[in-house]
Design a binder for this molecule. Structure first.
Ligand code: SF4
Length: 281
């Protein structure tokens, strides 16, 4: 870090004149252990946004930490969430006009496992898609490589995932529908990011180890993701905080349990019992 060349001087440095335990106006004798402490403190200025966010949660008592992961209690427990695709769509005269669902507004990043699974499901999924659908062409993959070299879900002409189907006032996922028809578990066949939505995981480095922050997409976490705040507001499920909706972790209980174990979900249950409702930020 070029400490002397920041465009904006760090407030942290200016606000902490007593790092050495010095009394203002009375210089202290040089102490090598204190200098080491200051240098360690300086490293804090190098933290990534994710690490800073975790620290804010920890200091506020809003973090549940396990051996290698940190769970954001503000997003997972305090926040309300329920997926109802009818709320994301605007219809007129039996025709779908606007789709503001996550399947339309977000770029779905795919892991190698996701692509393997989708490839295996494609023959069955094609049977549900219209004959004119782009994926009926067997040379057409449902993913593309984006500008950051990530494999992401392809989009149709309206920027929507090619597996979205509209029916009876709601949108459905063709992959999910095939799973239900065939008695398969959607968790084993849909992209991980789709199953998790709006839960998101972010890896970050601490001193000497890598940890995972488990949080959720939303206005309060927009700084963690490269998202457009306007897009967040168009996703009704991310905005609606009606008290009758369940806590977010409750809606995604099954997925969280599969990924992090039942003891984690029990700890979230316990946190939900002890946390009083907090005002939304
Ligand atoms: S695969 Fe299914 S859940 Fe995922 S974005 Fe496409 S339609 Fe939505």
């Amino acid at each position: 870090m070029a400490i002397g060349w920041r465009a904006r001087p760090s407030r942290c440095l200016r606000a902490a004149p007593d790092y050495n335990g010095a009394v203002p106006g009375r210089p202290k004798r040089r102490d090598s252990s204190r200098v080491a402490g200051v240098r360690a403190a300086l490293r804090e200025l190098e933290w990534t946004g994710v690490r800073r966010y975790v620290q804010i949660l920890r200091e506020a008592g809003d973090l549940l930490a396990t051996r290698d992961a940190d769970f954001d209690l503000r997003e997972l427990v305090d926040r309300r969430f329920e997926c109802d695709s009818r709320k994301c769509l605007i219809w007129r005269g039996g025709q779908m006009l606007v789709d503001s669902s996550c399947c339309a507004r977000y770029r779905i990043e795919l892991t190698s496992l996701d692509r393997e699974r989708l490839q295996a499901m494609l023959p069955l999924v094609r049977e549900r898609l219209p004959e004119s659908h782009a994926l009926q062409d067997e040379r057409q993959a449902p993913w593309v490589c984006d500008e950051d070299y990530r494999m992401v879900m392809a989009e149709d002409d309206h920027g929507v995932c090619p597996f979205v189907q509209y029916d009876d006032g709601r949108s459905t996922c063709a992959v999910h529908a095939v799973c239900l028809d065939e008695g398969l578990d959607p968790w084993d066949h849909k992209p991980l990011a789709c199953s998790l939505w709006p839960v998101a995981t972010l890896e970050y480095r601490t001193d000497g180890s890598t940890r995972t922050l488990v949080t959720a997409y939303g206005r309060a976490t927009v700084g963690l993701f490269a998202d457009d705040e306007d897009d967040l507001d168009r996703c009704v499920c991310l905005v609606d905080q009606s008290p009758e909706l369940p806590p977010l972790y409750e809606s995604q209980r099954d997925i969280l349990q599969r990924l992090f174990g039942s003891s984690l979900v029990r700890r979230l249950d316990a946190a939900a019992r002890t946390r009083s409702p907090r005002p939304r930020r």
